[in-house]
Design a protein around this ligand. Structure first.
Ligand SMILES: Nc1nc2c(c(=O)[nH]1)N[C@H]1C(S)=C(S)[C@@H](COP(=O)(O)OP(=O)(O)OC[C@H]3O[C@@H](n4cnc5c(=O)[nH]c(N)nc54)[C@H](O)[C@@H]3O)O[C@H]1N2
Ligand SMILES: Nc1nc2c(c(=O)[nH]1)N[C@H]1C(S)=C(S)[C@@H](COP(=O)(O)OP(=O)(O)OC[C@H]3O[C@@H](n4cnc5c(=O)[nH]c(N)nc54)[C@H](O)[C@@H]3O)O[C@H]1N2
Ligand SMILES: [Mo]
Length: 662
């Protein structure tokens, strides 16, 4: 991004025309927000605040940083003495995923010995666990720059139109290869693809097995690659026999002819496989990822240009960044900090024996997490000390005892490692923090001081951390020289995924049959499973990314609120008709977990039995305020205690009828 200034004041935040990825355009939501609410002193939190009214009533008084941190520090010391540091919960995630503001605060939490609410359990943990069984890593994906060598790109359960606009605008359309999108919804990404496979949600493992059946039948299994790199093929092969395209079509809803076509296209390759995060937010999401992950291994679409798979490029070492040093892992307990899943967050907060204090930073859990009603009630506990750091007064900060204003990314130096493209960028301070806001990492430095923690790591300055990271990177750059360049590629030349054919599994090979998985209580092999269709009268509710929201960030940006209008639920025409619902009607969407009123949109982009209501709305100040997560019971997926949010089932009825005793 380029930040324009006049007389030292920021006048505009724009795309940088010379940037290789964005090419001068910011996505609509970011350019709207960064030029309005994010720089609007009337909307931003500007000073520390202490609760005055009842918990959750939203009444606060301003206090000084010194008072706030002294009080918080003192209360934490009491809690540690009476209940132990593990009764302090640490919830944090995607507010900013820059290195300092996203990771450096972990030094404080490691020292404290707090219980971490494992961030990835609300997003993508099942996929991480699954791909680690199979390949030993889930975070070393293909290099998107190798797309020029690909004859086929499969986007499976991701919707870059919304979730990765630059990939949608440039990367996919410019790829030479055929684009296949696998998504239950005809998203704009799917509509623009060469081929769209539209399986029923949660049936992807079966689809992968049907594709492999065809690949095997056509003699397109890469035996040489398997002999060199794969373990367990002989155990898997017999499972493919029953999975012919006819079976695949019946189970997934994808026509047999399309299964045949895509199987051959993919296997001939070279092919890239983008495994989205939406794909694994299912009750059997781990198995889905293991099954889809078989494709590169069995067709040799790996270890060569234009081939490979990508879940996340999330390995900071790949970008030459020393994450352990940054996070101060050594300050923590040996064997790692205690942790809980986001699926158990509400339960932990309900229990005074398990939780006495809660830190929330870079996160808006009341709007993002499951079990919204329980969560709101738990956060009302008078004996739970809640400290929330944010740029804005959110649904979550409203529930806090102390609200601490955080500085935005425009207001301090930092480093950014993208998780799709292999870039490293300097975030350069462009303006002073709003009011008395401070960067996350500075807030935790001050709190450590207020608590008399003496470890020097807890006081290391931003400048020193940035200098050390750059020095240790071996990239030959300082932060200042990186800042002059903006973004660089790391590595400089396009990389081939797993180029050496080395995998971080126990055997060093790709483990289709996994003893580790078996030891953890899973089948040794991925299975051709498919979720049962919803029980009579129910619909499967998908709540993926909204093109104009970023999780719940930007849900408070007025121009965006006006643009997106009321919260909606999209229904297949036949599902709507069956429920006597028409376009624009108010519907009551409900299940055993909660209820929500949504406006009906009729859409033939969905298969029958599937409904769509995007994530990311704010709850509002109304006591009954809720968003789609009021309907999420927090069921765990099969692996990693991770979210199964795309497996939620709901009933939908006209609001008027529902009021009369349904
Ligand atoms: N129904 C449903 N729910 C979902 C999902 C879904 O698909 N469906 N997806 C899930 C996924 S994938 C994720 S990752 C989670 C994300 O959930 P969250 O991590 O809660 O993401 P946000 O809602 O954007 O909250 C980030 C907060 O950080 C604040 N922030 C921004 N910059 C800073 C900063 O520098 N410092 C501080 N202290 N705060 C800052 C923002 O204002 C915002 O309030 O949501 C999950 N929730
Ligand atoms: N605009 C915008 N961008 C975002 C975010 C946002 O909230 N808004 N969130 C960010 C975050 S934290 C994340 S994790 C990523 C997530 O980005 P994505 O990986 O794209 O994940 P989702 O948006 O959850 O879902 C993507 C697609 O998966 C499909 N899907 C759901 N269930 C299934 C299934 O069973 N099988 C298949 N094949 N497809 C399925 C959905 O229909 C949806 O179109 O996006 C990031 N980018
Ligand atoms: Mo996410």
């Amino acid at each position: 991004m380029l930040v324009h200034r006049r007389d030292g004041l920021v006048t505009a935040v724009r795309g940088n025309p010379t940037h290789a990825v964005s090419r001068g355009t910011l996505c609509g939501k970011c350019s709207t927000a960064y030029n309005r609410e994010w720089r609007d002193p009337r909307r931003r939190l500007s000073q520390p605040m202490r609760r005055t009214g009842a918990k959750g009533a939203g009444r606060f008084e301003p206090i000084s940083w010194d008072t706030a941190l002294a009080e918080i520090g003192q209360r934490l010391h009491h809690i540690i003495a009476s209940h132990g540091a593990q009764s302090i919960l640490n919830a944090h995630y995607t507010g900013t995923i820059s290195l300092l503001a996203g990771i450096a605060p972990m030094r404080f939490f490691h020292r404290l010995g707090a219980t971490e609410v494992t961030p990835d359990t609300i997003c993508n943990m099942a996929g991480h666990v699954a791909l680690r069984y199979l390949y030993g890593s889930s975070v070393d994906g293909f290099d998107p720059r190798t797309a020029e060598d690909a004859a086929c790109i499969v986007v499976w359960g991701a919707n870059p139109h919304a979730s990765a606009p630059h990939a949608h605008e440039y990367w996919l359309p410019e790829a030479r290869g055929k684009v296949v999108v696998v998504d239950p919804i005809r998203t704009p990404t799917a509509a623009q693809a060469d081929i769209h496979l539209q399986p029923f949600p949660g049936s992807d493992a079966a689809l992968a097995f049907a594709l492999l059946h065809v690949i095997q039948r056509e003699g397109l299994i890469d035996s040489a690659f398997i002999a060199a790199h794969v373990q367990g093929w002989e155990e898997l092969e017999p499972l493919l026999g029953a999975c012919d395209p006819k079976w695949g079509a019946a189970v997934t809803g994808v026509p047999a002819a399309l299964i045949e076509e895509v199987a051959v296209l993919y296997a001939l390759g070279p092919s890239l496989l983008w495994l989205g995060q939406g794909l694994q937010r299912q009750s059997t999401g781990g198995n889905v990822m293991r099954a889809c992950g078989l494709l590169p291994a069995l067709t040799g679409n790996l270890c060569k240009p234009g081939a490979g798979f990508l879940y996340l490029n999330g390995n900071l070492r790949q970008r030459c960044m020393d994450e352990e040093y940054l996070a101060g892992t050594h300050l923590g307990l040996r064997g790692g900090a205690p942790s809980i899943s986001h699926m158990d967050f509400a339960a932990a907060l309900e229990d005074p024996a398990r939780s006495r204090a809660l830190f929330v930073w870079n996160m808006n859990p009341l709007a993002s997490c499951p079990q919204q009603v329980r969560l709101r009630q738990a956060l009302q506990r008078e004996d739970l000390l809640t400290i929330a750091l944010d740029l804005f007064a959110t649904d979550t900060t409203r529930m806090a005892d102390y609200v601490l204003p955080a500085a935005s990314f425009l207001e301090f130096d930092d480093l950014i490692a993208s998780y799709f493209q292999l870039t490293l960028s300097a975030q350069v301070k462009a303006m002073e923090p709003m009011g008395s806001a401070l960067p996350n990492q500075e807030i935790f430095r001050r709190l450590a001081r207020a608590m008399n923690y003496s470890e020097p790591e807890l006081q290391e300055s931003d400048a020193s951390i940035l200098a050390t990271l750059m020095e240790r990177s071996g990239l030959g750059l300082t932060f200042a020289s990186l800042a002059e360049r903006g973004s660089i590629w790391v590595p400089e030349q396009p990389a081939v995924q797993f180029a050496g054919g080395v995998f971080a599994t126990p055997s060093g090979r790709i483990e289709i049959a996994s003893a580790r998985a078996a030891a953890d209580g899973y089948p040794r092999l991925p299975q051709a499973w498919s979720d049962p269709r919803p029980t009579a009268g129910h619909l499967r509710l998908l709540s993926p990314a909204h093109a104009w929201l970023l999780n719940t960030s930007f849900g408070n940006v007025r121009q965006i609120e006006n643009r997106i209008g009321e919260a909606t639920i999209a229904l297949h025409p036949a599902d709507a008709a069956e429920r006597h619902l028409a376009e624009g009607d108010s519907a009551l969407v409900h299940n055993s977990c909660g209820r929500l009123e949504l406006k009906v949109v009729i859409s033939d982009e969905l298969p029958r039995g599937v409904a769509l209501a995007h994530k990311g709305r704010w709850l509002g100040t109304d006591a009954a305020g809720a968003n789609v997560n009021v309907l999420n019971p927090g069921e765990k997926s099969d692996m990693g205690e991770s979210t199964a949010v795309h497996s939620v089932e709901v009933s939908v009825a006209p609001l008027a009828v529902a009021f009369h005793g349904h």
